[in-house]
Design a protein around this ligand. Sequence first.
Ligand code: PEP
Ligand code: MN
Length: 347
Amino acid sequence: MAMVVKLLKSSIEAQAVLEGRGCEVRSLEFAFGSFLVVLGQDNPPDDVIEAMDGIVWARLAGATPILAAREQNHQGTLVPLGDMNVGGKDLSLVAGPCSVEDREQIFTTARFVAALGATALRGGAYKPRTSPYAFQGLGQPGLELLREAARASNLPVVTEIMDPGMVESMAPFVDCFQIGARNMSNTPLLKAVGRAGKSVLLKRGSSATLKDFVLAAEYILLEGNAKVILCERGIRTFETSTRNTLDLSAIPVLKSMTHLPVIVDPSHGTGRRDAVIPMARAAVAAGADGIMVEVHPYPSRAKSDGDQSLHFFEFRQLVEDLKPVAEAVGRRLEVGFCHWKGTDANP
Ligand code: PEP
Ligand code: MN
């Protein structure tokens, strides 16, 4: 059984002694504490652990999260996203198209959402589509366009990674790696983004319990990376009038389970444009640290997820609607101003 030891400060000696006894040891340093994790041992050497200096506690680790558990950081962890943090007083607003489609589409969207106060630009270059016949994303050219558009609007980039082998090649274009719902339990991918050290937006698998979800985040923390944003994006239920059932009770429950920030994606959570703004308001009221939404200049022409993508004028409405809700629950949202109303009402 594995063991997690919390220390007053990191100890190279303790690690060396444990390694000398044949243990695989990780020494992890977070803003909220120093830990030694002893992995892959039937019986961690208690005598060595007991003799170590500066132990706060030592625990056998089984099927429950330890590093991601709320008790490690009651204040809550702040995760950097560009110049902002997710999890602080400011509400985060990640917006952009489902997929990067062309230069014009991503540049106009970036400019519009940035002007209105978005805090990050999203957009998929590598898309995990349900059907192999559907648009799979532009790949590398899409990633380059996304980076350029984000830079022009001074926004950080959030984009999905599907292959652990692509961390290195994607990293220069990405501020925050998104792990999609379909990959939430892809452990090689979780480890690879954990090692990359960048912020990670981890989406809940559509059939994952909240405990499964936090354990997936634990994989990333175990690589020494606590910059993990959890994203509720709906789960599969018997209901068919929405694409998924957005589980807003996940917000307070995750907050009690973990110190990681929690954002909500009402676009995938409902699959319906008309439900996105109401559910975003509800999510902020329930304590979400941010919202991720899909926005497209011409949703009816979108190559993916057009039905759930907001028109520009609706994104403006969303931001205006969220501001008073955010303030009512002690959060802040800076609403920008953009003269351009977009041209998308009747494309
Ligand atoms: C997405 O954000 O475009 C996406 C594919 O989401 P999910 O992984 O939640 O389905
Ligand atoms: Mn999508």
